[in-house]
Design a protein around this ligand. Structure first.
Ligand code: GRG
Length: 294
């Protein structure tokens, strides 16, 4: 199973990697701004959000072409969040995905605009998708805005900033991570459920699955910051500890964080089993992502 999973993930990553520049190329954007947007968009992330969307579409037997524009849009929103997160006013990081961060190459002002440009282009791409009907597109726009915006990722980032130098309870930490990281992991799975015309029961099952997966993904990230390998990660390890961040590891110890991770993965898989859909691919990807090494 591992080798067919690896093949699937490699193939889908290559596909999205080849499509992302095309969506940027076709837009009329000032040259330096386009270079800056393209630099981060093509800097080689794992593309897990698009891969989750394709795998969730597979559960409905839907053609993955139908999810391409939405997957590109989600990856653009994710890339914008990374550019802004690395800025001097936020984490002030010099390295992302093993490469210099956007603002260190293009300057702070252009990096801010590149993030803004990617965020807004994402919505343009969903709205102009010719493969989906208007009703589905409106629902996708609403879902993406809610996941990425002030009630989702942006709100979670603000809560994370406000939590600096405070010690959160586990429930508070979970609430921050559900928004900051979780919503954008949940979004591609829920998007696939919309495109695949899920029943209410199927939607609820996939939504609960991706909620646990989002938390498992963040716990995995916290563990990697302590136990990961800098070369494999493409960024320094130990930064959470150095920045006195609240993490699952700081609250639960590394063994406790690992137990919590396993609990969420098990519950995620349990939700899939309740969906009545063909979800073995999605289950393998969830396990792979949760126990990843980078
Ligand atoms: C600045 C609006 C704004 C939001 C920032 C998501 C986020 C909120 C910041 C990113 C910093 C971070 C490490 C968040 C935890 C989520 C996470 C593990 C992001 C990295 O996602 P991956 O592993 O990255 O999918 P790649 O490089 O593979 O695309």
């Amino acid at each position: 199973m591992i080798s067919s999973l690896n093949r699937y993930m490699t193939e889908k990553k290559a596909w999205i990697d080849s499509q992302l520049p095309l969506f940027l190329q076709n837009a009329s954007i000032p040259e330096k701004l386009k270079k800056s947007m393209s630099y981060s968009l093509t800097a080689g992330g794992k593309r897990i959000r698009p891969i989750l969307l394709f795998a969730a579409l597979d559960a409905f037997g839907e053609d993955e072409e139908k999810g391409l524009a939405t997957a590109v849009a989600i990856e653009m929103v994710h890339t914008y969040s990374l550019i802004h997160d690395d800025l001097p006013a936020m984490d002030n990081d010099d390295l992302r995905r093993g490469k210099p961060t956007n603002h260190t190459i293009f300057g702070e002002a252009t990096a801010i605009l590149a993030g803004d440009g990617l965020l807004t282009l994402a919505f343009q791409i969903v709205a102009s998708d010719s493969l989906l009907d208007a009703r589905t597109k409106i629902k996708l726009v609403e879902l993406l805005a809610s996941a990425a915006g002030a009630e989702g990722m942006v709100g979670g980032q603000e809560e994370d900033l406000e939590a600096e130098d405070k010690i959160l309870t586990l429930d508070q930490l979970m609430a921050v991570h559900r928004k900051k990281t979780g919503r954008l992991i949940k979004m591609p799975v829920e998007a696939a459920a919309l495109i695949g015309q899920a029943t209410d029961r199927q939607f609820e099952a996939l939504s609960a699955f991706s909620d646990h997966l989002g938390l498992a993904f963040q716990i995995g990230d916290d563990i990697l910051d302590v136990a990961g390998n800098q070369k494999e990660l493409g960024k320094p390890v130990g930064s959470d500890l150095a920045n006195h961040k609240n993490t699952y590891v700081s609250l639960l110890t590394i063994d406790g964080a690992r137990r919590e991770l396993t609990r969420h993965v098990d519950r995620a898989i349990g939700c899939l089993n309740e969906s009545g859909l063909k979800t073995s691919l999605l289950a393998s990807i969830a396990e792979y992502l949760s126990y990843r090494t980078h």
